[in-house]
Design a protein around this ligand. Structure first.
Ligand SMILES: [Zn+2]
Ligand SMILES: [Zn+2]
Length: 237
């Protein structure tokens, strides 16, 4: 029998149900307002199996940095990632690699305009992908950043907090760019991922754009929770 060293990085893939896993389940249940049982009960498993963004939920509670008086008063649920663009970066360049599906451009452009309306950021499209500050691409399975995609469903997209700029859609999803039930709305997911690109983490408000889960055919726009979040993250400009 193999001895498992808890400090071994393989240990996290171990399926032994230990205290660490129980604590993780409790944090997850608390974050998503489920009954905190510490076990994988049906309600928890059902939520865990829903399609979602691959960016990890930050289980921050009582973090004074992410809560101000207004957020208590209005019950805002937005959260910060702990990262933001430096003050001299308010005009960001955007690019897709050559060969990107052409129907992705319009939904992403719409999403950029929406964020531009509620934040100090402006976005300029450039052709040179490598030189661009925000790099948007469709990737499949293991694509070299340490966060492999999982084929259809499950994880739909992920992106990196400032000032990394990488935004990846799972190329194996059945993306839709028009009103079509049953598939995933590229514009909605682009809006969500750009929230991470600007520095927002996942909101606990199920109605918020920055909520981690999205249903098939579901469409969302930026909500008051998200607007309050981005305005609090970049308050002085
Ligand atoms: Zn996300
Ligand atoms: Zn990736």
């Amino acid at each position: 029998m193999n001895y498992t060293n808890p400090t071994d990085s393989n240990y996290r893939n171990d399926d032994v149900f230990d205290n660490t896993l129980e604590e993780a389940i409790k944090k997850y249940q608390k974050f998503y307002k489920l009954k905190v049982t510490g076990i994988l009960d049906p309600q928890t498993v059902t939520l865990m199996l829903q399609p979602r963004c691959g960016v990890a939920d930050l289980f921050l509670t009582n973090n004074s940095n992410i809560k101000n008086a207004a957020s208590f008063l209005y019950n805002y649920k937005y959260a910060f990632s702990g990262y933001s663009w430096p003050p001299n970066k308010r005009n960001l360049t955007i690019s897709f690699p050559t060969g990107t599906r052409k129907d992705a451009y319009a939904p992403v452009e719409f999403a950029l305009t929406r964020w531009g309306n509620v934040s100090p950021f402006k976005f300029t499209y450039i052709d040179n992908f490598d030189l661009s500050e925000v790099k948007i691409s469709f990737e499949r399975r293991d694509h070299g950043d340490g966060y492999p995609f999982d084929g259809p469903y499950g994880i739909l997209a992920h992106s990196f907090f400032p000032s990394d700029g990488r935004l990846h859609f799972d190329g194996d999803e059945n993306w839709t760019t028009y009103d079509e039930k049953g598939n995933f709305d590229l514009q909605t997911v682009a809006l969500h991922e750009l929230g991470h690109i600007l520095g927002l983490a996942h909101s606990q408000d199920p109605k918020a754009l920055m909520f981690a889960y999205i249903g098939r055919g579901e469409t969302k726009d930026i909500t008051p929770d998200d607007i309050q979040g981005i305005k609090s993250l970049y308050p002085n400009n």
